[in-house]
Design a protein around this ligand. Structure first.
Ligand code: NAP
Length: 283
């Protein structure tokens, strides 16, 4: 870390709680790597005070902030200009303070997901083949938007609470169909991509129970869970010969646009950065 000057650029992450956030470590790595006169700090903000906290960013001279649980959805109504992507996803995870103190709200989760897919499984797009998305929460919304924008024309949504998947399919338009939870095993037939966006498989949670028999062997399997890095789903997929993509890269790539906007340097996701963040996950 370099000593800060009076001109240091400031950004941070707001969450409640915020102690679990990996973002300070991640941005701190890039700040040190690029020897930038700047700081990225954790900010514990109660849900009912998120509006006030966001309005304080320009007052305090912050360049912007990331948002994590539980603020991503509520922030949409507090920013002055939500980006079209943030509107479609229904959530903001990156705030930029404009030149006149206005708050610009973006969502970089879709960007992070696709960038990591492109880096880890090049040629993952299989023309005309459907993608299967398990889950219908915030992460599923971002992944669905990302896949539609990347040219996927058929998306099968599967969620334990079917009504949430139906609402997501209706919000994002044609191309999305909903498959009941109990039919998830056979819904993999013919798919080119399978993505788990649920919290199943996370350390301390139940595993995702999914039989992969119907999934074509050349399909890519992506799990957004990154603790553990290799979930039971990815392990089973790897054993069947599938190309697999873990959840850590999405976390790292989604941070790039914010860092560049706040600190003026386009950072890269490297093996060294992955190792650095993984040390924290293991700890
Ligand atoms: P969320 O909005 O709370 O959604 C949770 C999802 O998991 C819902 O679809 C929920 O289904 C499902 N689920 C939870 N427990 C379940 C169970 N016992 N059986 C079946 N389904 C269950 O959370 P989120 O923000 O979408 O995040 C979901 C996961 O993605 C988390 O593990 C998060 O860490 C991960 N994530 C990773 C990244 C990354 O950068 N890698 C980014 C965002 C999120 P119901 O609707 O039926 O409750």
């Amino acid at each position: 870390m370099i000593a800060l000057s009076g001109k240091a650029r400031l950004a941070g992450v707001m969450g409640w709680p915020v102690a679990h956030s990996r973002s300070p470590r991640l941005h701190g790595y890039w700040l040190a790597h690029h020897r930038i006169d700047g700081a990225y700090v954790p900010m514990a903000v109660r849900p009912e005070r998120i509006g006030e906290a966001l309005r304080a960013l320009p007052v305090l001279g912050f360049k912007g902030a990331n948002l994590t649980l539980p603020h991503k959805e509520s922030a949409l109504s507090h920013v002055d200009t939500p980006s079209p992507t943030a509107r479609r996803i229904g959530a903001v995870n990156t705030i930029m303070v404009g030149p006149h103190g206005e708050l610009l709200g973006d969502n970089t989760d879709a960007f992070g997901f696709i960038e990591h897919m492109n880096a880890s499984a090049p040629n993952w797009r299989q023309a005309g083949r459907p993608a299967v998305v398990i889950g219908a929460g915030g992460a599923a919304r971002a992944v669905s938007v990302a896949l539609l924008d990347a040219g996927v024309t058929e998306l099968r949504l599967i969620n334990r609470t079917e009504a949430r998947a139906v609402a997501l399919a209706e919000a994002l338009g044609p191309g999305l169909s909903v498959v009941p939870w109990h039919k998830r095993h056979t819904a993999l037939e013919g798919a080119g991509l399978l993505v788990n966006t649920t919290s199943l498989g996370m350390a301390g949670h139940e595993p995702l129970e999914l039989e992969l028999n119907a999934l074509p062997r050349d399909a890519v399997v992506d799990d957004l869970v990154y603790a553990p890095l290799e979930t039971a789903l990815l392990k089973a997929a790897r054993a069947r010969g599938h190309r697999t993509v873990d959840g850590l890269g999405m976390l790292l790539h989604q941070a790039r646009p914010g860092f560049e906007a706040w600190f003026g340097v386009a950072p890269t996701v490297t093996a060294e950065l992955r190792t650095f963040v993984l040390q924290d996950l293991a700890g």
